[in-house]
Design a binder for this molecule. Structure first.
Ligand code: PXP
Length: 237
């Protein structure tokens, strides 16, 4: 299982004072040195954290893999095609939300998403769709030519009762297995942390986890290098 780090929170902190630090680009480069397999950023329509400057610098400097989380709008699609990240992860986006709140409904947005996938492919960008662990959504993702899916793990991460968490994990396991059978790559993310990863790492069909909040929160106290290495140790065990 690979581990990519989402550095949006570093930009949120920088923007809180309208100054230059901490710089998410510096964080990304340090994270690569600490062993992450890729860097994830979400360029939001309202630019509340990552800016175009961040994205363009990251494109120049990241040597592992750049994964751009994005909503399908004309503006963001145009930027994505120009910047050419290795991967574009399509997410639903609501202005009021604190963070992405759930997967995109591929079935309800099939025409829009099919066009977006083909535009991104024309620009040599692999595409992932952030979806719930549901078979019909996975089938629709495969049907429109997505290369990967990213399974939303927020429900699993929020489970307080062990049996419920087990049920959610089982749902994700079956979804990942189904996606693999269809030839899709399988990423996962949202709410994964140092505790639930000890259970989540057992899922052999998940290729990659995308984690932000838990690792950056820990980095405040122990430093970014330690926080990343602690997570890598859990994932690789
Ligand atoms: N994957 C997607 C698609 C996301 O939107 C987010 C949050 O930005 C994450 C993964 C990472 O979630 P968290 O910050 O809870 O680790």
């Amino acid at each position: 299982m690979r581990f990519t780090l989402n550095v949006d929170h570093v930009a949120t902190l920088r923007n809180a004072r309208g100054e230059d630090v901490p710089d998410p680009v510096t964080a990304a480069l340090l994270a690569e040195q600490s062993g992450v397999d890729g860097i994830v950023v979400h360029l939001r329509e309202d630019r509340r954290h990552i800016s175009e400057r961040d994205l363009r610098l990251l494109r120049e400097l990241v040597t592992t893999k750049l994964d751009l989380e994005m909503a399908v709008t004309d503006e963001i699609l145009e930027i994505a095609c120009d910047v050419q990240p290795e991967l574009a992860t399509i997410v639903p986006e609501k202005r009021q939300e604190l963070t992405t709140e759930g997967g995109i409904n591929v079935i309800d947005n099939i025409v829009l998403l099919r066009d977006a996938v083909s535009t991104l492919h024309e620009n040599s960008i692999a595409v992932s769709l952030f979806i719930e662990p549901e078979i019909e959504q996975i089938d629709a993702a495969a049907e429109i030519g997505s290369d990967l899916i990213e399974i939303h793990t927020g429900v699993f991460a929020n489970c307080k009762v062990e049996e419920e968490q087990f049920d959610e994990l089982e749902k994700i396991r079956l979804a990942a297995k189904h996606a693999k059978k269809l030839g899709l790559g399988v990423n996962a993310g949202h709410g994964l942390n140092y505790t639930n990863m000890k259970v989540f790492r057992e899922l052999t069909d998940i290729d990659e986890v995308s984690i932000g909040h838990a690792v950056l929160a820990r980095a405040f106290f122990v430093g970014l290098d330690r926080a990343i290495k602690d997570m890598i140790e859990i994932i690789k065990k």
